[in-house]
Ligand binder design. Sequence first.
Ligand SMILES: [Zn+2]
Length: 87
Amino acid sequence: MTKAKTYKGKPCKRGHDGTRYTSGGECVECNKARQQTPEYKAYKKARKQTPEYKAYEKARQQTPEYKAYGKAYRLRVQEGVLKLLGW
Ligand SMILES: [Zn+2]
């Protein structure tokens, strides 16, 4: 996912410096803080259990991009292990 662009606006009600997302205008710091809450983490976890998400994830793993990424990742891991072993 590409990161939404930000702009400087009014400081938010929690006193952050006013860096906001251009879409929605939410305070960047507040957004970050929200993602650290147990509620948000529980929400994300629950979302991953839905059939919709599983179907999406399965479809995503069929894309050539995903497969290429997985292959590259495994190769990197393998090289790292070999290096560790001193080969
Ligand atoms: Zn804020």
